[in-house]
Design a protein around this ligand. Structure first.
Ligand code: ATP
Ligand code: MG
Ligand code: MG
Ligand code: MG
Length: 472
């Protein structure tokens, strides 16, 4: 079964069970400043869950474009490392707005996976929220699972929340054990191991509360259902490949990149990571630009810029000399426009935006990477890049600190960020002093404002978390 067929089968299955098939919403959440990017299928139904909006239907199914880079659900660091996390992915979901609840949600999920997808029931296990005896009993008595295959887990895994505020509730997740020889392979690897072996496929959320800013949980008008399953993950299991990148949803992109770089995929693990990172980031870039996000120094645009520049750096590691990333994004448009028809018209625009970013960043990247090589050599004894050197790279060459962090961490180095901040402050002091008493106070003020704006910009580059808390 192809990935496309799985997507279609999912939507058809739920249609047959009374669900209205609704299109994906944009990656930029409509009227929701609490959210950086659309991070789950339920986002577009948030107000329906909260009872602030009514719809003509009480059951829906979607295949939603999702980006998880920044905000509460941030998988940027996992990309390329795990076989199952992407920055952009397609989330299949079925929803009940005060219609069916736990019993049917569990029955639908189980039936779809075991009957429609033909997955082996004996390899699957589920989790429920600690004190959710009701869900536990449904899995045992209605579905017939053995108690040992129903795990009770805590808040981190089994209480789902869209963000710090909004709809939330206990959840039940369906996992599959991909078997020995997959994942980390350590003898102590078990169902709680964070590797790829015990793969989480589907999360069934029992939406029951609205969390307010002070943490209070208020019951929703009607208990509802929100589910999410990564299309790439279910496809990997159905296609028996143990990595999302090996599915037919990804493989052609990997092949294209490898061919373009003259690299034989599978021949060099480090380069293979770069191919996967570029493949992942080309999808998020294509879809984000397609939904109107442009690279910039703050908020959503900053996260996009960070993704794009990271892809470009991995391009260098693969040996690309000139601009290449726009070509990969063009390929993604052609490859995915079958289902995402909106991409086709936007192809020239996406290509232009990516090309511009490549051109404006390529010089900085080239010079920066050379200097970083020297810095790694210089600090090889203690493996910490000094604050002074970080500052020079940032101040003189405009090299983004987060990218330096990525590179240093990959090489097993740390960064003296305290020293860096001291350098930044010292620079501001110098700026102030050089103007003090000159009599041109108005000009001095402007200069100080400029200097402090520069330091605000740095905060953006310093850590994605800070940016996203500002934006989220
Ligand atoms: P994980 O524990 O694997 O990080 P999660 O619990 O954070 O996943 P949920 O928020 O429950 O994920 O999202 C619902 C489903 O979406 C998951 O069960 C999984 O199939 C899929 N999914 C989640 N994050 C990603 C990702 N970064 N890339 C691809 N699929 C994902
Ligand atoms: Mg996660
Ligand atoms: Mg999880
Ligand atoms: Mg989950």
């Amino acid at each position: 079964m192809t990935g496309h067929e799985i997507r279609r089968k999912f939507l058809e299955y739920f249609k047959q069970h009374g669900h209205v098939v609704v299109g994906s919403s944009s990656l930029v959440p409509a009227d929701d400043p609490t959210l950086l990017f659309t991070n789950a299928g339920m986002n577009q139904f948030k107000d329906t869950f909260l009872g602030r909006e009514t719809r003509s239907y009480t059951r829906a199914a979607t295949c939603q474009k999702v980006v998880r880079a920044g905000g509460k659900h941030n998988d940027l660091e996992n990309v390329g490392v795990t076989s199952r996390h992407h920055t952009f992915f397609e989330m299949l979901g079925n929803f009940s707005f005060g219609d069916y609840f736990k019993v049917d949600a569990i029955k639908f999920g189980w039936e779809f996976l075991t009957k429609e997808m033909g997955l082996p029931a004996d390899k699957m296990f589920v989790s429920v929220y600690n004190d959710d005896d009701e869900a536990f009993a449904i899995w045992r008595d209605v579905i017939g699972l053995d108690e040992k295959d129903i795990e009770r887990r805590g808040e981190k895994d089994n209480f789902w929340a869209m963000g710090d505020t909004g709809p939330c509730g206990p959840c039940s997740e369906i996992h599959i054990d991909q078997g020995e020889g997959t994942g980390c392979g350590r003898p102590e690897c078990d169902r709680n191991c964070d590797c790829d072996r015990h793969l989480e496929l589907w999360n069934l959320v029992f939406m029951q509360f609205e969390r307010s800013a002070d943490g209070t949980l208020t019951p929703l008008p009607k208990p509802s259902i929100d589910t999410g399953m990564g299309l790439e993950r279910v496809t990997s299991v159905v296609q028996k490949v143990t990595s999302n990148y090996e599915t037919d949803l990804f493989k052609p992109i990997l092949n294209y990149i490898s061919e373009l770089a003259g690299h034989k995929y599978g021949s060099d693990p480090k380069k293979d990571i770069s191919v996967r990172v570029i493949a992942d980031h080309s999808r998020s870039t294509t879809f984000l630009v397609g939904d109107g996000v442009l690279p910039s120094n703050e908020g959503r645009g900053y996260v996009l810029r960070r993704i794009m520049r990271r892809a470009m750096r991995h391009g260098k590691m693969l040996g690309f000399e000139g601009a290449f990333f726009h070509k990969v994004c063009e390929f993604v448009v052609d490859f995915m426009k079958g289902h995402y028809v909106e991409l086709a018209d936007k192809k020239p625009f996406i290509s232009k935006v990516v090309t511009n970013e490549e051109q404006s960043f390529s010089r900085t990247l080239g010079i920066g990477l050379k200097i970083i090589d020297e810095l790694l050599e210089k600090h090889k004894e203690y493996k910490v890049i000094s604050g002074e050197d970080i500052f020079r790279l940032y101040d003189t060459y405009g090299f983004p600190v987060d990218l330096l962090t990525d590179i240093a961490e990959d090489a097993g180095y740390g960064l003296d960020t305290v020293g860096f901040e001291q350098e930044m402050q010292a620079q501001q002091e110098r700026a102030k002093k050089s103007w003090a008493g000159s009599g041109e106070s108005r000009v001095a003020d402007i200069y100080i404002q400029l200097a402090s704006r520069l330091s605000t910009e740095f905060t953006g580059y310093d850590s994605l978390k800070e940016v996203t808390t500002v934006a989220a």
